[in-house]
Design a protein around this ligand. Structure first.
Ligand code: DQA
Length: 154
């Protein structure tokens, strides 16, 4: 049976997780997060394609590719959350559920982090749950995708 496929996309500076401002982002590395996602995916019977880029155009190209290949997107757009109309447009062009994740509670931080161009497009937003937020997002995504399959089957 073909498993539902979820793109887990990470934006700029998240490659530095573990060493970058650990008081805010914790001590786990991006590889640790990828492992958490793969473990969750196995348990949830979904497939994850886990990627990170510091380049806006690369994230957009991956989102374009995902339009036909992927069933849902979990995205931590990092700083592009607050600046990128282009990433928001690329997400809008995908007719698949999108879940936005932030490791830190952006609402407890500087005012410029309170606005997200992605949130109006997202089915759900998970903030301030640390790296567990990725697992919570995948759990929710698996529920959304299962509901879709059941609807089609009926
Ligand atoms: C972040 C929050 C953003 O404001 C910041 O620019 C990041 C990480 C988070 O996961 O908490 O790079 O998205």
């Amino acid at each position: 049976m073909l498993l539902p496929s979820v793109l887990v996309l990470n934006g700029p500076n998240l490659n530095l997780l573990g060493t970058r401002e650990p008081a805010i982002y914790g001590s786990e590395t991006l590889d640790d997060v990828a492992r958490l996602c793969r473990e969750a995916a196995e348990r949830l019977h979904i497939e994850v394609d886990f990627r990170q880029s510091n380049a806006e155009h690369q994230l957009i190209d991956w989102l374009h590719e995902a339009r036909t290949r992927i069933d849902g997107v979990v995205i931590n757009p990092a700083a592009y959350t607050h600046t990128s109309v282009a990433i928001a447009d690329a997400l809008s062009a995908i007719d698949k559920p999108v879940i936005e994740v932030h490791i830190s509670n952006v609402h407890k931080r500087e005012a410029f982090r309170h606005h997200s161009f992605v949130s109006p497009i997202a089915e759900a937003i998970i903030v301030g749950c640390g790296t567990q937020g990725y697992v919570l997002a995948l759990e929710r995504m698996a529920t959304l995708l299962a509901a879709k399959v059941n609807k089609v089957a009926k």
